[in-house]
Design a binder for this molecule. Structure first.
Ligand code: TPP
Length: 645
């Protein structure tokens, strides 16, 4: 019988002997390979966190002691050990287990996350609340070296070190973010790792001194007094110690005995402690060890051959963006590309290879990326900030203060706009029209397909204002690509079909499903005009005004977008109608309702939200049918009047 079969909760885990834990780690790894090869999901980070997870649940009294996982993408071992093993097959699917921590899923999930670098702040808050309530449980934040590069992590350390609050931070250092970690902190951590012999030497000295009867123990006391000095020599100016944390490590993050020892020591320290655990991303699975980036978040794969099952559909929006940017940068030396730790995800790898001197990877530092772009624009560059829509939310004030206020020509390329799919509620890009369109000077646009995306990028780079360009996750539609990129007239919409029964204005990824729905309506005699708005801002008010006026009293107008209804594209249309004093228009805003959207495939979620072609057809039909009926009756009436005359 597998050890894993006996572990249904951390209580069962704690019944195992310490010597059994490495075997449990092997079984856990096998289980992760088995599950993720079927469902897809985060992979190499989970293989790297196996021993850490076992040791944490073994030594800490969870759930009374609190484990605060950063991001939560590395918590599959935690899920399996906390009673969710039998549901791992439903991972990231609609109604199934989340790919991150979710409070509603388990009492062991302390913090909901998905965005990086929040764990130390949250853990400090939990520790301070504990102290105010005179409780005594442990609070442990587990954060990766990539996530540690964010300003937020340092803001939290800065305060925790100052307050001296009892808490433990486990730094899970695999020298990787999704791609290799970058920056001065990474260099510093590598140096600490290289100073590994310090801990070994300390242990050796301790052992020798213990063995000298009578003299050894007093000398050990002296040595302890010297320890701070020695530490300074071997880990000069330890950043964490200077910030008020006790630094323990580096420790081998794949050695359960070493981890148990160091966690045991950390528990007794009355103040903030940082444990530096060295791990390997993809540990134990050959292909992931060799290609940790490729295996960060694979789609389902063959576990034996290690081959991911990729679809042979049209190129992704991401790759169309990346290639278009390279082509534009060939002719414009001012173009600089910025990614916050995600060169692969944002499609910037070709750019980074072709123009290394114009490529900046800031680490998980979205806020900094925005202001950095502002500075570059002030200096005469044309920065393109490529950040997923959801992560760019981090840079909201910087967008306002450091770009839009000065009307600087920064292009924001927001991938994963709309429903992001299986990563769920932390990852959908459903708020970006709203958080951009409120700022003066700013252009906000979304392409209906991949061909329009390349033209919009060229358009954004050819003008002198902040421009936000949002496009969806996944494959393009497969439309033919124009060989030459061209500039689109700013603020001008595109009329895709004409009809007298009403108006449908759609934007971005909603245009194609809406077109399908509208075609179906036409077959039933409901003829509506379909507009691809292209721009949320500036909105094509002139077209709007003329179309509404042409329809006359009782005009019906539906807007369709993959964005929350509040503050989005439809709201912009509604505001424009009010400002133009076009009263009496019946409006239908189709979009995402006022609730957070869970995880599931894009297809399933769109259906659930009524944003797929089929649902749109029904919604638009019930909205327009009445008007079409009125028209028909009127026309018939006119005809019979004529025949009577
Ligand atoms: C604010 C934010 N930006 C970007 C991401 C995307 N992201 C998810 S995991 C990850 C890498 C995290 O690296 P690290 O913390 O070192 O964990 P590892 O996967 O290496 O264990 C990134 C960049 C995110 N989740 N949140």
């Amino acid at each position: 019988m597998k050890l894993l079969d006996r572990v249904h909760s951390p209580v069962d885990l704690r019944k195992l002997a310490p010597e059994e834990l490495p075997r449990l780690a092997d079984e856990l790894r096998e289980e992760i390979v088995r599950c993720v090869s079927q469902t897809g999901g985060h992979f190499s980070s989970n293989l790297g966190s196996v021993e850490l997870t076992i040791a944490l649940h073994y030594l800490f009294d969870t759930p009374s002691d609190l484990l605060v996982w950063d991001v939560g993408h590395q918590t599959y071992p935690h899920k399996i050990l906390t009673g969710r093993r039998d549901r791992m097959g439903s991972l990231r699917q609609y109604g199934g287990l989340s790919g991150f921590c979710l409070r509603s899923e388990s009492e062991y999930d302390v913090l909901a996350a998905g965005h990086a670098s929040t764990s130390i702040s949250a853990a400090l808050g939990l520790a301070l609340a504990r102290d105010l309530r005179k409780e005594s449980h442990q609070v442990v934040a587990i954060i990766g070296d990539g996530s540690m590069t964010a300003g937020m992590a340092f803001e939290a350390m800065n305060q925790a070190g100052h307050l001296g609050t009892k808490m433990i931070v486990v730094l899970n250092d695999n020298s990787m973010s999704i791609s290799p970690s970058v920056g001065a902190l990474t260099k510093y951590l590598n140096e600490l790792m290289a100073g590994r012999h310090y801990s070994k030497l300390k242990d050796e000295v301790k052992k020798v001194l213990h063995r000298i009867p009578g003299i050894g123990d007093p000398m050990l006391e002296v040595a302890k007094g010297l320890e701070e000095g020695i530490r300074q020599v071997f880990t000069p100016g330890s950043l964490f110690e200077e910030m008020g944390f006790r630094y323990l490590g580096p420790v081998n993050g794949h050695s359960v005995p070493a981890l148990l020892e160091i966690f045991g020591e950390a528990k007794t320290i009355d103040g903030p402690v940082l444990i530096h655990a060295i791990t390997q991303k993809g540990k134990g699975y050959k292909y992931a060890e060799e290609e940790p980036v490729e295996y960060h978040g694979p789609s389902p794969f063959d576990p034996v051959a290690g081959i991911q099952k990729k679809s042979a559909a049209a190129p992704t929006y991401t790759s169309i963006f990346g290639n278009a940017l390279v082509r534009l940068a060939e002719n414009d030396p001012r173009i600089v590309a910025i990614t916050a730790s995600m060169p692969d995800g944002t499609g910037l790898v070709p750019f980074s290879e072709k123009f290394p001197e114009r490529f900046l990877n800031t680490g998980i530092a979205e806020q900094h990326s925005v202001t950095l772009a502002g500075g570059l624009a002030l200096g005469g560059s044309r920065p393109v900030v490529a950040i997923y829509s959801t992560f760019l939310q981090r840079g909201f004030d910087q967008i306002f203060h450091d770009v839009c206020l000065m009307d600087l020509p920064v292009v924001f390329a927001m991938d994963r706009g709309g429903i992001a799919g299986n990563d769920g509620w932390t990852h959908h890009g459903l708020f970006d029209y709203a958080y951009f369109r409120i700022f003066p000077n700013t252009i906000v646009m979304a392409p209906k397909d991949e061909n329009e995306l390349q033209h919009m990028l060229a358009t954004a780079l050819a003008q002198d204002h902040p421009a936000a360009l949002r496009y969806p996750r996944g494959n393009g539609i497969g439309v033919p690509m124009d060989a030459e990129m061209r500039q689109l007239p700013i603020g001008k919409a595109e009329v895709l079909r004409r009809g007298g029964h009403g108006l449908v204005w759609a934007i971005g990824s909603s245009v194609h499903p809406t077109a399908e729905a509208v075609e179906r309506l036409a077959k039933e005699g409901i003829e509506v005009t379909l507009v691809n708005a292209r721009f949320v801002k500036p909105l094509d008010r002139e077209l709007l005004r003329s179309q509404v006026a042409a329809l006359g009293a009782g005009a019906r107008l539906a807007t369709v977008e993959e964005h929350v209804v509040s503050g989005g594209f439809g709201s912009a249309v509604g505001e424009a109608l009010a400002e133009l004093e076009l009263a009496g228009v019946s409006l239908l805003h189709v979009g995402v309702p006022d609730r957070f959207v869970p995880h599931g495939s894009q297809e399933v979620l769109r259906k659930t939200l009524g944003l797929d072609a089929e649902s749109l057809y029904f919604r638009l039909r019930s909205f327009f049918a009445q008007r079409a009926g009125e028209r028909e009756r009127r026309d018939r009436g006119r005809q019979s009047n004529r025949s009577l005359a």
